[in-house]
Design a protein around this ligand. Structure first.
Ligand code: PMP
Length: 346
């Protein structure tokens, strides 16, 4: 299915090219102002317009209810591993939280949270990150301030195809790698965060969507720049926000809106991932995906070649040949771990 004549020139990548060409066009002179977004003051009226329109687009695309704040922060998904416990552990006296650990990223988040309070892993430890543990085995703690999970484990290719039913507890979710890849019912969550660089823009900005009634209980050791109440109260400009990354996010969100919104992204992602899973399934074990079928990610598809652990010579040949076809970033090293700008779209 990879053909010699496949070429990745900008005009053949409509999603990337529209956004990047728009950014290129406006790079030196944003809408006739004579300056670039890169040069703009984050407190100027023009940047405020960009900030507000980006937030409004996000609210529109995800039907974010009015009692949720949308914040744009620096520090990436990893800063949120600390920000979530620092902001939410104080919801209950016990200072403890429940974590569902299904891969590398939720494991890192749980480890970080342990610095600030007690962490309870709700399910028996997994031997490998290849499935979502059966919800019937989860033991939630009544004193937990929140329940945390990662909806798509980027490295391991494990994706939730359901929202955990945790009754009245506060649900916090890392959606960094499947954000806006499909519609999501925001009202089921206390908090959602997502780094922009996978699906909605470039590195530098992380979106936080948080229910208003959860604000105001940050631990005293919470750095001011990670305090959701302070950042929300200052419309994300308590300190200098990543202005250009927010601007790029706005362009991507506009592209998503003009191309059928979250529902259409879901359809595309089903089609795209099916192409690869079908190939794996029909390969008689030549390609091996370790993840159980119902937990397979539509966003990141890890696979080995030749056998479960990968045949080194075959995998090297695959990477060399794929690089020759321009289908693969050779430097990304491992099959299935190449994250690209705008990966939500073909
Ligand atoms: N969570 C997930 C699901 C991720 O994929 C990543 C990064 N790949 C992170 C968190 C960490 O994000 P960052 O590198 O922006 O800190």
């Amino acid at each position: 299915r990879l053909t010699e004549d496949t070429d990745h020139r900008a005009e053949e990548r409509p999603s990337a090219s529209q956004v990047l060409l728009e950014a290129q066009k406006e790079l030196l002179d944003y809408k006739g102002l004579g300056i670039s977004v890169l040069e703009m003051s984050h407190r100027s009226a023009d940047f405020t317009k960009i900030l507000n329109s980006t937030e409004n687009l996000l609210r529109e695309l995800l039907y974010i209810p009015e009692n949720y704040k949308v914040i744009f922060l620096q520090g990436g998904g990893s800063a949120q591993f600390s920000a979530v416990p620092l902001n939410l552990l104080g919801l209950k006296e016990e200072r403890c939280a429940d974590y569902i650990v299904t891969g590398a990223w939720s494991a890192k988040a749980a480890k970080e949270a342990e610095k600030y309070g007690k962490v309870n892993i709700v399910h028996p430890k997994l031997d490998s990150y290849t499935k979502i543990p059966d919800p019937n085995t989860w033991k939630l703690s009544p004193g937990a301030s929140y329940v945390y999970y990662c909806s798509n484990e980027t490295v391991n290719g494990v994706e939730f195809d359901f929202i955990p039913d945790i009754k009245e507890a506060v649900l916090a979710c890392d959606m960094s790698s499947n954000f806006l890849s499909k519609p999501v019912d925001v009202s089921k969550f206390g908090l959602i965060f997502a780094g922009a660089q996978k699906n909605i823009g470039c590195a530098g900005v992380t979106v936080v969507i948080v229910r208003e009634d959860l604000l105001g209980v940050a631990l005293k050791e919470c750095p001011v720049v990670l305090d959701y109440k302070i950042q929300a109260g200052n419309n994300s400009i308590y300190n200098t926000p990543p202005c250009f990354s927010i601007y790029i996010m706005g362009l991507v969100l506009e592209w998503i809106k003009n191309n059928g919104s979250a529902k259409a992204m879901e359809k595309l992602n089903i089609t795209k991932s099916k192409l690869i899973y079908d190939l794996i399934n029909e390969s008689n074990g030549f390609y091996v995906c370790p993840v159980e079928v119902k937990s397979r990610s539509r966003m990141n598809i890890p696979f080995r070649i030749g056998n479960n652990n990968g045949d080194a010579a075959l995998e090297k040949t695959f990477l060399d040949e794929a690089a020759k076809l321009g289908q693969f970033c050779k430097d990304s090293g491992k099959a299935g771990r190449h994250a690209s700008l705008l990966s939500a779209v073909p």
